[in-house]
Design a protein around this ligand. Structure first.
Ligand code: ARG
Length: 467
């Protein structure tokens, strides 16, 4: 190939990020070749020495890459043979770049999935702090961006906590499914050498080998799945950021973001712009795009390996980087944002947000809910026209809408009481919120334990392989 074609076909700029994993895969493979007496022990020893020297250079950033050698796999293998001579050529026995790239990518993404869980849990921790500090902070709950019913800020924050907890669980589910080792599938059909795939799988920290060699080298469903996990997380982030943007506007004024995470304007001295939240919202486009790229890339590919698959890395590497960056910065933003409790209370009390509760009150007096809804509709109209809130209307006035209304109505309609009486499982009352909070903390702790164990297992494999 001429140079421009070599540049066109090279994947080195992207797959060099997998260099560490490529060396780990080779170390596991060559140990297995030795144990299965496929290549002589002395060759294996020099291959291991050579690979360790390469790893050192990779870690120091001094490993020389040659774009003419297509990808990171070929670069490492050539460099090995340059260092140790013909024995280096024995490393590729019973293996192909097709299973090699598949195993490297799984190891790379397996770690990224765990990183994402850690970053999600960092954000969850920030949100839980806001939750704990605001069990009595009342704010409007919205539907259609209209005041709907009062809720606590804790309840609102816990909504995000459970969204992000599911995102973390989703990454862990994807981790479990991708945690099978394709190494040893070779080009596509397996190999004639007496290899031990269980041995390499366990040396690399995988649960077990993949079941079918053709599936192993042809599929990237683990990539697509991770791209979706990233997308769903980013979609949740973008909803949170959207709320932060308008909560920080003068019209809402629900929050004040720390100066460290806002920007000024080059012309308007009074500006304090929520740029971080806007950028996170904006970066969502790229993350969604990466998922689309992967889905279209893998559509209609015949079995088994096709070079199209070389294009699988950039989209998901980008989206994992982006989502992790966004999670990291958002956990700092949330930890430093001030919620204006008085303002939240003031806007909650301003309208007719307790109308549902007045209807519920009438139901306790034996009026069917539909009828109660209509009665309260008339009372709300009066409240809007007179500018007097429902809870401030005198009893005689309220009784013009229904003679079932009595003095005890004033216990029902204050917003605190609206909140406290929503005791249904998962509702906004403080007793429900306490339960939600302990569930969320329990889930977080369980995930932290899973994360610790998985990381430890992988870490131990690397230690064992590097020696
Ligand atoms: N650079 C290739 C990729 O990333 C490695 C596998 C090459 N296999 C092949 N048959 N050309 O997909």
């Amino acid at each position: 190939m001429d140079d421009s074609t070599l540049v066109f076909t090279s994947s080195l700029d992207v797959d060099s990020r997998m260099a560490f994993y490529d060396v780990m895969g080779s170390l596991a493979h060559v140990n297995m070749l030795k144990a299965c007496h496929i290549i002589p022990a002395e060759d294996v020893d020099s291959i291991i020495q050579g690979l360790r020297a390469i790893l050192k250079e990779i870690e120091d950033g001094t490993f020389q890459l040659d774009f003419k050698l297509e990808d990171i796999h070929t670069n490492i293998e050539f460099s090995l043979t340059e260092r140790i001579g013909p024995a280096g050529g024995k490393l590729h026995t019973g293996r192909s770049r097709n299973d090699q790239v598949a195993v490297d990518f799984r190891m790379y993404l397996r770690d990224k999935a765990l990183d994402a869980v850690k970053s999600i849990d960092g954000l969850v921790t920030s949100l839980l702090k806001i939750t704990e500090d605001n069990t009595d902070t009342i704010m409007p709950g919205f539907t259609h961006m209209q005041h709907a019913q009062p809720v606590t800020l804790s309840h609102h924050m816990l909504a995000y906590v459970f969204k992000f907890s599911r995102d973390a669980d989703r990454f862990l589910d994807a981790f479990d499914r991708m945690n099978k080792c394709p190494l040893g599938a070779a080009a596509l059909a397996g190999t004639t050498y007496p290899i031990d795939r269980f041995m390499t799988a366990s040396a690399l920290g995988f649960e077990e080998p993949t079941e079918n060699s053709m599936d192993s080298v042809s599929d990237r469903d683990f990539v697509n799945e991770l791209a979706f996990c990233a997308t769903q997380t980013q979609l949740h982030l973008s909803s949170l950021c959207e709320e932060l943007v308008y909560w920080s506007s003068q019209e809402f004024a629900f929050i004040e973001m720390d100066d460290k995470f806002t920007t000024g304007s080059s012309i308007m001295p009074q500006k304090k712009n929520p740029d971080i939240a806007e950028l996170v919202r904006g970066k969502t486009g790229g993350v969604v795009g990466s998922l689309m790229s992967m889905i279209v890339l893998t559509k209609g590919l015949p079995l088994t390996y096709n070079r199209d698959l070389q294009e699988d890395k950039k989209p998901v590497m980008d989206s994992m980087d982006t989502v992790i960056d966004c999670l990291e910065i958002m956990s700092k933003v949330m930890a430093t944002t001030t919620f204006k409790k008085d303002r939240l209370m003031e806007v909650t009390s301003r309208g007719q947000i307790n109308a549902t509760d007045l209807a519920d009150y009438l139901v306790t007096k034996g009026i069917p809910f539909r009828e109660a809804h209509a009665i309260v509709g008339a009372a709300v109209r009066e409240s809007i026209e007179s500018g007097v809130n429902l809870e401030d209307m005198p009893l005689e006035k309220l009784r013009t809408f229904s003679d079932k209304i009595e003095n005890d109505v004033y216990k029902f309609v204050p917003v605190q009481s609206c909140v406290e009486r929503r005791i249904s499982y998962g509702g906004t009352s403080s007793s429900s919120v306490d339960m939600e909070l302990s569930k969320a903390i329990e889930q977080l702790m369980q995930r932290e334990e899973v994360l610790r164990q998985e990381k430890q297992l992988i870490e131990n494999c690397w230690k064992e392989l590097i020696g």
